[in-house]
Design a protein. Structure first.
Length: 295
């Protein structure tokens, strides 16, 4: 069995040591100054050491107090993290995992609306396109594009069906419409078969072997915007640029067979996870599909 002092005594000492004054510790813990002082004195009596030295208005940790603080502060941080990870509340941090380009191109430009509606929830984003793994991953919500079935340990919220099509700078739109093979084809290592998939689904011939390849999908989209060629892109990642006239999609978009899904853990069931997924579904519904699909 662990032989530990009372949690109240440890909390009082840690707050006083971290903040440097017992009055500040009392304010943080919502107790009186004398209550903090009594808890610290009780801890010193129990341990048989002096934890603070100096005048009351300029307390300093002793060597023993410093050693105790080294272990206590990270221990309380871990306790706080553990409690938050299981607490069914609407406040705190929400860890969201999603593909990097989707984060930059679709999620972040809309995230301010969630912040306005739920300022008590801090959304922490991480980039990943890997298949979800309930045993390995630690996120609360994951956004993925793919084909089901999805892991049974997650609730799945449908966002939208993916549609893909060739996009290029407006200056290249006419050339793409006339003969797509006359324009340099742009490729991404993360979607090496994009041209072949689109050609097969659209019933068009496009040599997917020539052109320039980029390490990241985002780099490829930037190259297309700069007039360096034409690329195959999902509608959610280019919709804002098409609507604003930065990119053109002269051949429209067709279904790719993939679906965008928000996944939340069944085992946690956080209200903040449910709030975020509900908000995602509303944003997806308002987002809309391309104005015209390719035949």
């Amino acid at each position: 069995m662990r032989q530990l002092p009372s949690l109240n005594a440890l909390r009082a000492f840690e707050a006083a040591g971290r903040l440097g004054r017992m009055t500040l510790a009392a304010d943080e813990l919502h107790v009186t100054h004398s209550a903090v002082s009594r808890q610290v004195q009780h801890l010193e009596d129990l341990l048989g050491v002096t934890l603070f030295e100096g005048p009351k208005n300029a307390l300093r940790l002793t060597e023993a107090g410093s050693r105790l603080m080294l272990g206590l502060t990270p221990a309380f941080d871990q306790l706080d993290l553990a409690v938050r990870s299981v607490a069914n509340t609407e406040d705190g941090t929400l860890d969201v995992s999603c593909p990097g380009t989707f984060t930059m191109r679709w999620l972040i430009p809309r995230l301010y609306r969630f912040r306005q509606a739920h300022p008590e929830i801090e959304v922490r984003l991480s980039a990943s396109s890997k298949p979800v793994d309930g045993a390995r991953d630690s996120f609360d919500v994951a956004i993925r594009a793919g084909v089901g079935p999805w892991p049974v340990e997650f609730y799945a919220t449908h966002l939208f069906d993916e549609q893909i099509g060739p996009v290029a700078a407006v200056a290249l739109a006419a050339a793409v419409s006339a003969d797509i093979t006359s324009v340099p084809l742009l490729h991404s290592r993360t979607r090496r078969h994009a041209w072949a998939d689109w050609s097969k689904r659209a019933g068009r011939s496009a040599d997917g072997t020539h052109g320039n390849e980029y390490e990241h999908f985002y780099f490829m989209l930037e190259a297309a915007s700069a007039g360096l060629g034409v690329c195959i892109a999902p509608w959610p990642l280019v919709a804002d640029d098409v609507r604003s006239g930065i990119l053109a999609a002269p051949l429209g978009f067709i279904p790719s067979g993939q679906t965008y899904i928000a996944l939340q853990r069944r085992s946690r069931g956080h209200r903040k996870s449910a709030l975020f997924c509900d908000w995602l579904a509303l944003e997806a519904a308002a987002f809309g599909q391309p104005a015209a699909l390719a035949p």
